[in-house]
Design a protein around this ligand. Structure first.
Ligand code: AMP
Length: 293
């Protein structure tokens, strides 16, 4: 496996392969890789000839009060996982390389970034949209894979690729969870044993919401109330939002008529956890979500 650190070498590598007709797959990450990342890497491996994983803790998507400096960076272990999974290139740019002096441009996707994570983390999605656009420009992949775990992020990436006519196809893969339902996340490493025990309540609340919808309840206020009550049984968990939304626009619904996405964010101590579930009203014709293939 090659480790590449500069944009120039990365692009040269990709362009050479593209000229030979090689299909390039790409999984962008911030490292601290776990089985969620591994599933994206494996899915990409099946769909392409050459595979690039980027590891870059992107300063632009952290606010000054967030965990940029303490974000886990187990680079040796991450490279080992990439090697194990047959990754061809680990792209590890520096912050200076990505944002040299004089850097000015930002990409924003205002409507999709307005609510939920965007409200809680005001600069977050412009940081994400900008770095993803840059990474696509540098790596020039045919295919890039993202996790449903970060539902709003995946929706935003699809939107920007479409709006900016970027020649990359996007695939979104299901969330990988612990056996107790907790969505895997690099930030789970921050949880103490006690916090880890209660963290699965978020996914449990979302499952309760999904069961209500599958059972025929379409009143969003009732669903949100029940989800909230499920979590509020555990006083150490603070609910930031629990919402039933349109799966494409992410606007809140008042009644579920077809498909919905249940979005949730909680805080346990100083740690924020997010999760989501897609759900379809019973009796509707099954069709793939336009958002998620
Ligand atoms: P991150 O390193 O957190 O920026 O995540 C890199 C990619 O991995 C993103 O597309 C995430 O949505 C995806 N990802 C993170 N956690 C999971 C998970 N539990 N299951 C599936 N994909 C995930």
């Amino acid at each position: 496996m090659k480790i590449i650190r500069t944009a120039r070498s990365m692009t040269a590598w990709s362009e050479r392969l593209r000229r030979e007709g090689v299909i390039i797959g790409f999984v962008p990450t911030m490292g601290a890789l776990h089985d969620g990342h591994r599933s994206l890497i494996r899915a990409a491996r099946l769909r392409c000839d050459a595979l690039v994983v980027s590891i870059f803790v992107n300063p632009a998507q952290f606010s000054p009060t967030e965990d940029l400096t303490t974000y886990p960076r187990p680079i040796v272990r991450d490279r080992a996982l990439c090697r194990e999974e047959g990754v061809d290139v680990c792209f590890e740019p520096t912050a200076r390389g990505m944002y040299p002096e004089g850097f000015q441009t930002t990409v924003t996707v205002p409507a999709l970034a307005r609510r939920w994570e965007g409200e809680a983390r005001p600069q977050h999605f412009s940081g994400v949209a900008t770095v993803v656009t840059k990474l696509f420009g540098i790596v020039h992949p045919h295919l890039a894979l993202f996790g449903q775990k970060d539902y709003q992020q995946a929706a935003l990436v699809r939107q920007l690729v479409n709006d900016l006519n970027l020649a990359v196809s996007i695939q979104v893969r299901p969330t990988i969870r612990e056996r107790n339902g907790l969505a895997m996340s690099s930030r789970n490493a921050y949880l103490s044993p006690d916090e880890r025990r209660i963290a699965p309540m978020l996914s449990q609340a979302l499952r309760t919401g999904r069961q209500m919808i599958v059972g025929g309840v379409n009143d969003v206020a009732a669903i949100e109330r029940t989800m909230r009550q499920t979590i509020e049984q555990t006083p150490a968990i603070h609910v930031e939002y629990l919402a039933v939304c349109d799966p494409n626009s992410l606007e809140p619904l008042s009644v579920v008529t077809d498909r919905a996405v249940l979005l949730g964010a909680v805080r346990i101590g100083s740690i924020r956890l997010i999760d989501n579930l897609l759900v379809k009203m019973p009796g509707r014709k099954s069709r793939a979500s336009p958002q998620y293939s």
